[in-house]
Design a protein around this ligand. Sequence first.
Ligand SMILES: Cc1cc2nc3c(=O)[nH]c(=O)nc-3n(C[C@H](O)[C@H](O)[C@H](O)COP(=O)(O)O)c2cc1C
Length: 339
Amino acid sequence: MRDPKFVLAPMDGMTRASFRLICFQYGADGATTEMIQSLALGRAKRRLSDTFRETMVRLPGEGDLAAQLIGSVPAMMGESARRLTAMNRFDAIDINMGCPARKVVGSGNGSALLKDPDRAVAVMRAVREATDLPVRLKLRLGWDGEHITAPALVAEAGRLGFDSVTLHGRTRMQMYKGAVDVDAMRAICTASAIPVYANGGVTEAADALTFLEATGAAGVSIGRAALKRPWIFDDIRRLRAGQPLYERDASERVAVLERLATLACGLRPEIVAICEMRKFSSWLLPGLTGAGEVLRSLNAVTTLNGYRAALDRFLDGLARSHDTDYHPELAGTVGLDTV
Ligand SMILES: Cc1cc2nc3c(=O)[nH]c(=O)nc-3n(C[C@H](O)[C@H](O)[C@H](O)COP(=O)(O)O)c2cc1C
């Protein structure tokens, strides 16, 4: 049996090159871009929009990377797969059959394909025939409890020579809530001729290992937990090696934010990148002493220098308070006990 892999799940607006690189540096075995609209990509004649270019950058240091396509017109999906292949920068093409958003399914895309298996297979075939890169599929169990189509689609992916499948163990109607159906996932993983990655609901490293065991999957795909703890991949490696986990301290969290901000500013306009950093700041800093104050400062800055300066002030403040903590014997002699 191959070594299990632990990969970063695709997330719209999140799994751009800068964040993916951070996850790779923490040991992720693979990543997928956010979804790329095949209609826009297939029709783009002259130049791609800035968003597309940012999404499709690949930074040095990124590991196995799939570009994810979303769409339901087989010819357009095939044309987009050809374009992505010609860019010569991706290791695989992934097809999105999981997105549950109303706007997306309303136009027949994403998880809407789960209730139209003929079209789903036509899309899979078109992409498979358009590229010699490995092709992957990301899907949910089905549209709802009465329409569980994943077993047939995963089997078809195997027949078409797909590289692997990522299975989110919920239906479209469950959106992102409720328990994943581990038994249904296990049945699909066991029957599949190609590797299946289990996805959905991992919140910490130990969950990933339990999930792997319970589903019999070839690996685990982790989404939201990595946004708050990109070091989850390192935690998983530690657990598997029998090493202790440790709480990531302020300096490590700040270092991640600084690296992310610097990378993001290299890929898009500074003001946009720094404003987008607010969500990552609000995910990585809470729980630390002084987090509320530094978050207020970080939310007010619009430049990389301002962002870095606010983080530096935060660390300096912590170091000063630790200095006090580390020298309790001074208390009293210099009046600190009364502060
Ligand atoms: C903000 C956000 C954006 C997402 N965007 C995509 C996407 O572009 N393509 C995709 O296949 N899944 C997308 N997903 C679904 C995730 O890949 C994953 O299947 C889901 O979050 C469940 O895994 P988790 O519990 O580990 O987060 C998105 C999820 C979130 C929360």
